[in-house]
Design a protein around this ligand. Structure first.
Ligand code: NDP
Length: 281
């Protein structure tokens, strides 16, 4: 598996497997199948309520811990470094792991400064190999970078052909922050799988739309974590390392940007209230 080197020297697979919106039973089966298909990086979150199922699939895989790259996410905590450390222990216990490869602050809300300080401590203690954030807009990311000791290794943000984050990606690269795409297929919204430009490129390369989309992001230097419950699609989504898109192909996909989210805007005050009202340990 091709990897990218994070800002602290850790190697992260450029393609992993996401488990958002899967219940425990689906998660255990999907992660088992994904590991068998060759995925080595798994992306979950305390908020997905499926960390235990991910842990069971890992244990049943027979793979050694060192072969895997496991990410989970800290949800908004009620103030304090102590609660962050407690949430970290709860996540690792559910996963059955004694360290994480990547731990992300899931949302840019709440007392994330104290969360970040606790994560810096856990990183220094060797409990987390790399720490990062998710859904952080540019201003909050830079604020965190300039006012803390450790620069986030990763920022996981909504990124797909309709929301490409090109300028933001340049900024992250300049700051040494790896951009990771969530919802690389926009969950199929806006007819992504039937998009005429993507379909034409897929036909031209003898590939699927999904493969073109993943290849386009990997060529841009963006980490991807597609989700599927189907074994055939797991194999398809993994099979993107033996073809290349041309500069012209990349420009055609660049033209698909619509300039807004396919889901919700983290700067929308109602979204801030809704996501801040939730709690997961
Ligand atoms: P994706 O963009 O990965 O889309 C998943 C959808 O695409 C599913 O309906 C799946 O269907 C379908 N699909 C997958 N592969 C193919 C294929 N080859 N051909 C056709 N259809 C396909 O959505 P996600 O929201 O799951 O995003 C991926 C991951 O990103 C999540 O699982 C999660 O880990 C992370 N994420 C993080 C967020 C954050 O706030 N940090 C927010 C959202 C996601 P089927 O399963 O039936 O194959």
């Amino acid at each position: 598996m091709q990897t990218t080197t994070l800002n602290n020297g850790i190697e992260m697979p450029v393609l992993g497997f996401g488990v958002f919106q899967l219940d425990a039973e689906q998660t255990e089966r999907a992660v088992s199948d994904a590991l068998e298909a060759g995925y080595r990086s798994i992306d979950t979150a305390s908020g997905y309520r499926n960390e235990e199922a991910v842990g069971r699939a890992i244990r049943n895989s027979g793979l050694s811990r060192g072969e895997l790259f496991i990410t989970t996410k800290l949800y908004v905590q009620n103030a304090g470094e102590e609660n962050t450390k407690r949430a970290f222990e709860a996540s690792t216990e559910r996963l059955g792991l004694n360290y994480l490869d990547l731990y992300l602050i899931h949302q840019p809300f709440g007392d994330y400064y104290s969360e970040w300080r606790a994560m810096q401590d856990l990183h220094k203690e060797g409990r987390i190999r790399a720490i990062g954030v998710s859904n952080f807009p540019a201003d909050r990311l830079i604020d965190l970078v300039v006012n803390n000791e450790i620069t986030p290794a990763v920022n996981q943000v909504e990124t797909h052909p309709f929301r490409q984050n090109c300028d933001y990606h340049e900024l992250m690269c300049a700051e040494g922050v790896q951009m990771e795409s969530w919802a690389p297929f926009a969950q199929g919204k806006n007819n992504l799988f039937g998009n005429p430009t993507l379909t034409a490129l897929a036909e031209a390369h003898g590939r699927s739309v999904a493969q073109v989309v993943l290849r386009w992001m990997i060529q841009r230097g963006v980490v991807v974590i597609p989700k599927t419950v189907r074994r055939d699609r797991m194999a398809e989504n993994l099979d993107v390392f033996d073809f290349s898109l041309t500069d012209d192909d990349m420009k055609r996909i660049a033209g698909l940007e619509v300039g807004s989210s396919q889901f919700f805007d983290h700067a929308d005050t109602d979204v801030v209230r809704q996501l801040s009202a939730l709690r997961f340990d």
